[in-house]
Design a protein around this ligand. Structure first.
Ligand code: DGP
Length: 142
């Protein structure tokens, strides 16, 4: 497996060099909206520590990412009146990974509503800003 590339796009977001629609942050993880959402509220949860994917992540970082993933999923159920949540996580190109900093997809689902194809359409900035605000508030409310 290749080494971690510190110039990947999520590393730049984590360093604050690129913007994101943040919904949650603590000392070990960051969660922000996917700009090409497969459903409204589609969120990515990342460890702050450098890791390409689950294959090189520390077990503690991985466990923390999934703790945050659960918080985001619970917030998304409320914020988007979802009926369910799809969780996706890809490892290496052959596993479907495109951005090589570990991330977990939290995708709110409505019954009978299919997900859009992966990375099919960039969402409008005002929609992303509004969804991030709603989801951050729901997560903060517990
Ligand atoms: P994957 O590595 O296969 O899990 O796909 C990467 C995901 O990241 C994909 O759903 C689109 C999303 N994405 C790509 N570039 C950006 C970006 O600059 N900002 C955000 N928020 N999401 C991005």
């Amino acid at each position: 497996m290749p080494d971690y590339d510190p110039n990947n796009i999520f590393a730049k977001i984590l360093r604050g060099e690129l913007p994101s629609y943040k919904v949650y942050e603590d000392d070990k993880a960051l969660a922000f909206l996917d700009i090409m959402p497969r459903s409204p509220g589609h969120t990515l949860v990342l460890p702050k520590a450098a890791a390409r994917n689950i294959l090189d992540a520390s077990p503690d970082d991985l466990a923390h990412v999934f703790k945050v993933a659960k918080m985001v999923a619970q917030g998304a159920m409320k914020a988007f009146e979802a009926d369910g949540i799809t969780v996706q996580q890809f490892n290496e190109g052959a596993g479907g990974q495109v951005v090589f900093h570990l991330h977990v997809h939290i995708i709110p689902r409505k019954a009978g509503s299919p997900m859009k194809p992966p990375a099919s359409e960039k969402e409008k900035p005002d929609v992303l800003a509004e969804n991030a605000k709603k989801l951050a508030a729901a997560i903060a409310a517990g």
